[in-house]
Ligand binder design. Structure first.
Ligand code: ARG
Length: 459
């Protein structure tokens, strides 16, 4: 066969029999990797500009390539581009169409590169773009959390340990805990972006290229901070995608925790919050139901993102240098992690402002749980009692209050004095006093919650 006459495959020259349909289907990735088309074309145009600048192709070739690619872009955007599984992947589909539009210049585009450094570049661009999108959404969600944290800065609710009433906290403080988790999530994405944003192109198939390429120029055109230093590493490792999925898995874990709390708080036994109706669904047979489906789904979707992280770690382990086709399997986990995280962020950005605190219910739960027991112990310590003794004394008082069906703060001074003569007129046992006492950076006092909101907004 002479050049150009071979089968649809650009690499079929050395083959004597066609690929079976089953193998074609098994090896093709275009059904899912067409999603990389913008990154693929951006990278190809940068590569072509470099080739022309280095006089590896002519200025006329570059012009043809740019004109042809503009046509390809408009066809894809219009939805009339024909993606063919016969052409295996996004790279070959685009290159083939370009060639059919502009002829030889299209065939020269692949000079000095390989699909191995091409796909590694596309994936890095894709992960980088996705991180930028996720960071913008995270920012919006954090603002929404700050808004209700500010509104509920002085709203008391029981703080739990072991899911048992422990001490009073403010709802604002509770929400700021999630704000902090998401701040760290953002930092992880920023950190991952730094290592992702290095250029593989120029590594070619694995060993580099014999053409006088200018890799730094390509890096600059594509907004990369630098080059992948080693060609073998550049075409083979997908650690950046793994890190990205790890950041997504952690973010989803935090969403799952928040979701679990929303579900609990929606349960009438808690009744701490209501969610706007548009984020809940009813039951087909039980007319009374209002189910927090969005939160439940976010909790459930966490699992698939963990799965993607595991898939990528397993995909990479045991691969010898350099590129192996295994790496084609990196796409779907990354894409689904992006979709899941992006959709979850979007839905929470809308849902969080629709959280209404039921302050009365929160308060009632606090009044039932002896939440000020630690404050009574601290008071006795202030009067000179060693903490361990104070702890025991208050334990006895709690037992008595329980027998009487009362809260600690409802016991009279006389009753409390039966447990310790140190109890005096100056004892103030109230939720408000308990909150106000925790008045240091990181504490739950309303004043501190407002200060924390303020610091977060200024950041
Ligand atoms: N579709 C391939 C991938 O996603 C592109 C690289 C293929 N390279 C190769 N030599 N077969 O990894």
């Amino acid at each position: 066969m002479s050049p150009g006459e071979s089968s649809t495959y650009t690499w079929a020259g050395r083959f004597s029999e066609p690929m079976s349909d089953l193998v074609k289907r098994y090896t093709a990735s275009v059904a899912f990797d067409q999603r990389l088309w913008r990154q693929d074309i951006r990278a190809s145009l940068a590569h072509a500009r470099m080739l022309a600048r280095q006089a590896i192709i002519t200025a006329a070739d570059l012009e043809d390539i740019e004109r042809g690619m503009a046509q390809v872009v408009s066809e894809i955007e219009a939805g009339i581009f024909v993606w063919s599984p016969d052409l295996e992947d996004v790279h070959l589909n685009i290159e083939k169409r370009l060639t059919s539009l502009v002829g030889d210049a299209g065939k020269r585009l692949h000079t000095g590169r390989s699909r191995n450094d091409q796909v590694a570049t596309d994936m890095r661009l894709y992960v980088r773009d996705s991180i930028d999108g996720i960071l913008a959404l995270l920012d919006q969600l954090q603002s929404a959390l700050l808004d209700i944290a500010e509104r509920e800065a002085a709203t008391p609710l029981p703080g739990f340990t072991h899911l048992q009433v422990a001490q009073p906290v403010t709802f604002g403080h509770h929400l700021l805990a999630y704000h902090e988790m998401m701040r760290r999530d953002g930092e992880r994405y920023v950190d991952c972006r730094r290592r992702t944003n290095r250029l593989p192109l120029g590594s070619a198939a694995l060993a580099g290229t014999s053409y006088p390429v200018d890799r730094l120029y390509v890096a600059e055109l594509l907004g990369f901070d630098g080059l992948c230093e080693n060609s073998l590493d550049a075409v083979s490792d997908r650690d950046f995608a793994i890190e990205f999925c790890a950041a997504c898995a952690l973010l989803m874990m935090h969403f799952s925790r928040l979701s679990e709390e929303l579900v609990l708080w929606m349960n009438p036994r808690f009744g701490f919050i209501t969610l706007a109706d548009r984020f809940c669904t009813g039951s087909s047979i039980m007319p009374q139901k209002k189910n927090p489906d969005v939160a439940e789904l976010a909790r459930g979707k966490t699992g698939r993102v963990y799965g993607h992280l595991t898939a990528l770690l397993t995909l990479m382990k045991g691969q010898p240098l350099a590129y192996n086709k295994d790496n084609q399997e990196d796409k779907e986990p990354v894409f689904d992690a992006v979709d899941t995280v992006t959709d979850t962020l979007r839905v929470f950005i809308e849902m969080v402002p629709g959280i209404t605190a039921n302050r009365r219910k929160m308060r009632a739960a606090l009044d039932e749980g002896f939440a000020t027991a630690t404050d009574l112990a601290d008071y006795l310590v202030g009067k000179g009692l060693p903490f361990r003794d104070a702890h025991e004394t208050v334990g006895l008082a709690v037992r008595r209050a329980e027998e009487l069906g009362m809260d600690l703060s409802q016991l009279s001074l006389g009753e409390l004095r039966q447990f310790s003569p140190l109890v005096g007129e100056d004892l103030v046992l109230s939720v408000e006093a308990s909150l106000a006492a925790r008045n240091h950076q990181g504490g739950t006092a309303p004043e501190q919650v407002l200060a924390a909101v303020d610091r977060a907004r200024r950041r």
